[in-house]
Design a protein around this ligand. Structure first.
Ligand code: XMP
Length: 504
């Protein structure tokens, strides 16, 4: 049972599904042109037609299977979705005079979709075309100053359309509007972390049975939670943690301490020397990544061979990756990553991906239920190639150690000042240039360390974090004092784009 969101390419489609899930209603995204069979296989309780960049006047504009209106479930059209519905049922859409973009206020509104709201309701508009004439029997249920047709519904109130975007945070009461839609559609609200966990445990037990499961853990939230899930399910598993020597201070111990007591069968493989010697003399960032990826697979394969046979390989694939590979309209923008999860098919395992329907924040909720410590559960993202892409140029044990200590100081101070959760990712980068400084009467050449902290929603775009000057000052004083190889500390003011978050 699901709220099926048909994706017509809006940048907000994923948000729509996430909002419904926040409201504890299970929601899935399908391409806008999905077949009726595909839609029905999700047992829809309600359907949403998303917005999108197309115009109903465009002959190639994606259109839903008209059968969606005969399924007997309520349909909510958002933006393009509303215009499509208006046209489909015999109304008239007007080609854009000028686009309406930004904040607007609903001045008049009525009906169950707006139940519980009063006063002026701020909404977010982003559209060009508009509905000019309604289909027969339909009526306007909201208007703004500029827009006499901001929301519409049919006679029975089963088909509804909104010109604005209730899913974005710029529509502060949007969640209530979506909740009203769930209520009028009678959608079940059973998508709680507890019920999701139970369903995943059942699925894992049934699928794995008495067979064996192998998985790689990186110390990140997804793979750690996956390991805990297998342990809780009571299936025969082996979690392999490859210490490639490119980890942060204390990371390996932290992972062991978090997972072992909760029943995870963890094998830590110390492969530091192998990785570091493979990286000797290598300067090019992509070459570093390639070598690390390749060495990782070799090490992992060796463990699999020695400890096997295993029937399953468990991976922490998340829903956004699934949407992306299913190729919805808006999906092209989503970036894929070569995480430890991306092990090649040639390994010959059956894949077990219990998180394939979950968003990252949902994995964090599951992690909480499974007892993953907050140090890992709420941790910033960390790249698979680790500190190797933060020691610019050639990697050496000495430089890694310098960076590890500086990074730990930066992150610890962020935590001490209550700033860690305010930023999306914070990191330190060691530059291969030395600059001059004085300590006492002596001129010294020390490394340059870059501090980088960014705010972001998903890592696709980012802005540099406006950390308080006093805080930066304290970090900049402490680091050279505690890590004397560092002579200079700078703060990176580059946003993404044009910069990336990492330096390599
Ligand atoms: P960039 O540097 O591309 O990073 O702005 C965006 C996010 O991705 C992480 N990142 C990686 N993660 N393998 C990974 O698993 C990589 O090679 C890699 N490169 C970047 C980065 O830390 C940030 O969160």
């Amino acid at each position: 049972m699901a709220v099926v969101v048909l994706d017509f390419g809006s940048q907000y489609t994923r948000l729509i599904a996430r909002r419904f899930r926040e409201l504890r209603a299970y929601s899935v995204i399908l391409p806008g042109t999905a077949s009726l069979n595909e839609i029905q296989s999700q047992r829809p309780e309600a359907i949403v037609l998303s917005g999108g960049p197309s115009s109903v006047f465009d002959p190639d504009a994606p259109r839903p299977d008209p059968g969606v209106f005969a399924l007997g479930v309520p349909v909510l059209g958002i933006c393009y979705g509303m215009q499509y519905m208006a046209q489909h049922f015999g109304g008239e859409v007007k080609r854009a005079g000028r686009a309406e973009y930004g904040k607007a206020s609903l001045l008049r509104f009525e009906g169950p979709l707006f139940s519980g709201l009063s006063g002026e309701v701020q909404v977010w508009m982003s559209h060009a075309d508009a509905v000019l004439r309604l289909p027969e029997g339909w009526r306007v249920i909201a208007e703004t100053d500029e827009n006499p047709v901001a929301a519409i519904q049919d006679q029975e109130g089963r088909f509804l359309g909104v010109q604005f975007h209730p899913e974005v945070s710029h529509t502060p009461k949007g969640l209530e509007i979506l909740e009203n839609f769930l209520a009028l559609a009678g959608v079940s609200r059973e998508w709680t972390p507890g019920s999701v966990l139970e369903a995943m445990l059942t699925e894992v037990r049934e699928r794995v049975g008495k067979d064996r499961v192998l998985l790689a853990v990186s110390g990140g939230v997804d793979s750690s939670t996956l390991a805990l899930l297998l342990a809780r399910a009571g299936v025969d598993h082996l979690a392999v943690f490859v210490d490639h020597g490119l980890l942060r201070l204390g990371e390996r111990d932290e992972v062991e301490r978090a997972l072992r007591p909760l029943g995870v069968r963890l094998r830590v493989v110390d492969a530091k020397d192998r990785f570091l010697s493979a990286l000797k003399g290598v300067f090019d960032p992509e070459e570093k990544r390639r070598i690390i990826g390749h060495t990782f697979i070799e090490v992992f394969k060796a463990v699999a061979g020695k400890e096997g046979p295993f029937r399953f390989l468990a991976q922490g694939t998340l829903y956004p990756d699934v949407i992306e590979s299913a190729g919805g309209y808006g999906a092209a923008k989503i970036k894929s990553h070569h995480n430890v999860g991306g092990l090649p098919e040639e390994l010959g395992f059956e894949l077990l991906e219990p998180f394939r329907y979950l968003f990252k924040d949902e994995v964090r909720e599951i992690a909480l239920l499974l007892g993953l410590p907050d140090t890992i559960r709420l941790r910033h993202p960390f790249p698979g190639p680790g500190l190797a892409i933060r020691v610019l140029g050639e990697v050496s044990e000495e430089k890694l150690e310098v960076l590890r200590r500086a990074d730990d100081l930066f992150v610890s101070l962020l935590k001490d000042h209550g700033l860690y959760d305010e930023v999306w990712q914070a990191l330190a980068v060691l530059l291969p240039v030395r600059s001059v400084g004085v300590t006492g009467d002596e001129r010294r050449y020390g490394y340059t360390l870059v501090l980088r902290a960014v705010t972001s929603v998903d890592g696709m775009t980012a802005d540099w974090a406006r950390l308080p000057h006093d805080f930066l000052d304290e970090v900049a004083r402490q680091i050279p004092r505690r890590v004397p190889q560092i002579g200079r500390v700078v703060y990176d003011l580059t946003s993404k784009p044009p910069g990336t978050i990492e330096w390599e």
